[in-house]
Design a protein around this ligand. Structure first.
Ligand code: ADP
Length: 242
């Protein structure tokens, strides 16, 4: 009896957190739209000072949307588990769309960016497009977030016919040696990351690892504090469903 009560309590908690997160997301999305309209000059031209303030609010709002999305994804994983839908995906196109999505932020931070891809285009491979997009975006967003102005980021895509390898290298703040073991834990944020970037959920890498491992893949990193980090993802290549 007691056990059952505890279980119901946990479910209510999950439902409540999920409800609040959805309400937050709706409000933040409405704010995002208003900030975009203001920046586009839809309500009249802004002076430089007004523009700078709205741009900062817009960035913070985007980070909060990211954190709320992380929370909703974590709830999904912990509650019922993700449902995966595999299809044939052009990974190069997928990475290109992720880069386009972050173009503005790369420009704003004056980051020297490169995408190194194989000379011969990869065949379409079996992936859950939406989830893999989220996983790569999480790593790429982190590299942008934790790389100071004027830094460098390189994404490289390789395959050895068995595995697809995606490498995302940055010249950012790096990960302190003593905290490397905690990096994929739920809600964990590095001490230097908290100092550099006040907004973050500590959930992005937890979600990313779940997605990559559900594709029978691997994720790991190499990092040196104040020098940079490189995240590696490998996924076995399957061109047909089985
Ligand atoms: P968040 O970025 O919201 O804090 P994540 O789960 O995405 O959460 O990352 C967990 C932690 O891993 C970060 O707080 C940071 O300490 C560290 N980290 C991840 N990627 C990088 C990176 N590219 N450079 C430096 N630190 C990183």
């Amino acid at each position: 009896m007691k056990k059952k009560e505890r279980k119901i309590g946990k479910k209510n908690k999950i439902d409540f957190v999920s409800l609040v997160a959805h309400q937050l997301k709706t409000s933040l999305s409405a704010m995002k739209l208003s900030f975009q309209m203001l920046l586009n000059g839809d309500f009249g031209a802004l002076n430089q000072e007004q523009k700078d303030i709205i741009e900062k609010l817009h960035q913070r709002n985007n980070m909060l949307i990211h954190s709320v999305n992380d929370l909703l994804n974590m709830i999904r994983i912990e509650d019922k588990g993700y449902f995966y839908h595999f299809d044939r995906v052009d990974i190069e196109d997928l990475i290109n769309s992720i880069i386009i999505f972050s173009q503005e932020e790369l420009k704003r931070k004056k980051i020297i960016f490169q995408f190194e891809k194989p000379i011969v285009k990869l065949p379409k491979i079996m992936l859950d497009k939406e989830k893999i997009c989220l996983a790569i975006q999480n790593i790429f967003d982190n590299s942008i977030k934790y790389t100071p102005l004027g830094g460098q980021i390189t994404i490289s895509l390789k395959n050895d016919n068995k595995n697809l390898e995606i490498k995302i290298q940055d010249s950012g703040i790096g990960i302190p040696d003593s905290q490397k073991k905690n990096i994929f834990e739920k809600f964990f944020r590095g001490s230097n990351a908290v100092k550099a970037q006040t907004i973050g959920s500590g959930l992005g890498l937890f979600i990313t690892k779940e997605i990559i491992e559900s594709h029978q893949g691997k994720i790991w990193f190499e990092s040196k504090e104040n020098k940079g980090s490189t995240f590696f993802i490998t996924i076995p290549i399957k061109t047909k469903g089985d």
